[in-house]
Ligand binder design. Sequence first.
Ligand SMILES: Nc1ncnc2c1ncn2[C@@H]1O[C@H](COP(=O)(O)OP(=O)(O)OP(=O)(O)O)[C@@H](O)[C@H]1O
Ligand SMILES: [Mg+2]
Length: 250
Amino acid sequence: MTADATPVLRVDGLAKRYGAPVLSDVSLAVAPGEVVALVGASGAGKTTLFRCITRLTEPDTGEIVIGGRALHGASGAELALARREIGLVFQQFNLIRRLDAVHNVLAGRLGHVPLWRVVARRFARADRQRALAALDRVGLLAQAYQRADSLSGGQQQRVAIARVLAQESRVILADEPVASLDAANARAVLSLFREIARERGIAVLCSLHQLDIAALYADRVIGLASGRLVVNRSARDFSHADRIKLFGVG
Ligand SMILES: Nc1ncnc2c1ncn2[C@@H]1O[C@H](COP(=O)(O)OP(=O)(O)OP(=O)(O)O)[C@@H](O)[C@H]1O
Ligand SMILES: [Mg+2]
């Protein structure tokens, strides 16, 4: 969390065009244990930035380094290893609906477990125990064998977080993880991010629509406007002027 800690996620000079520029010269760093909120108007480039960091979308230029491992320029096994360090959480939970919670969490072990075992659902006892421990951490041990589609939205998002914990990644990228949740569940999910960041030294970069929530749960707020990073400051220093820079007058 300390500002001088070596960042676990570093992005330098990232750019992406789809005809017109969508991201221009974006540089950021997230330290272990730090929760950074990414804010910006619709179309500012938040989702594109997440996709470029994982290289699901190929950036035009820029460096992406995770835990000292370069993602830019990596391919094959090297890229897979670097991606294993990134846990993804989405607005729509992205669980396998007909599988129970524990098997959804085990899917987070994919980077660690051979594919045939996943297909055959033959996970080692240690993997299963890790999955149950992750569910316990998010308060869902009692729901471990319940089908994902029978869980509430808030519970499903906590399963998605347990899946990332089981993956043992060093970075969490969460694209609007609370946009489909009511206020109470949104707060519970963001508290959980904060706690696990602190406990495990995970770096969390999380896009949020609600600035008030960002200020409450994030250590730092970074803001994109038309693909440029125009705000980068501690959450408590976020100002009205920043709000206008990002969202215009009003
Ligand atoms: N595959 C694509 N092809 C062309 N343009 C794209 C593509 N993906 C994104 N864009 C454009 O890039 C810009 C940024 O989109 P992006 O989805 O990253 O915004 P966002 O900040 O996530 O918005 P929201 O808050 O609505 O989710 C938009 O103008 C969008 O139309
Ligand atoms: Mg988006």
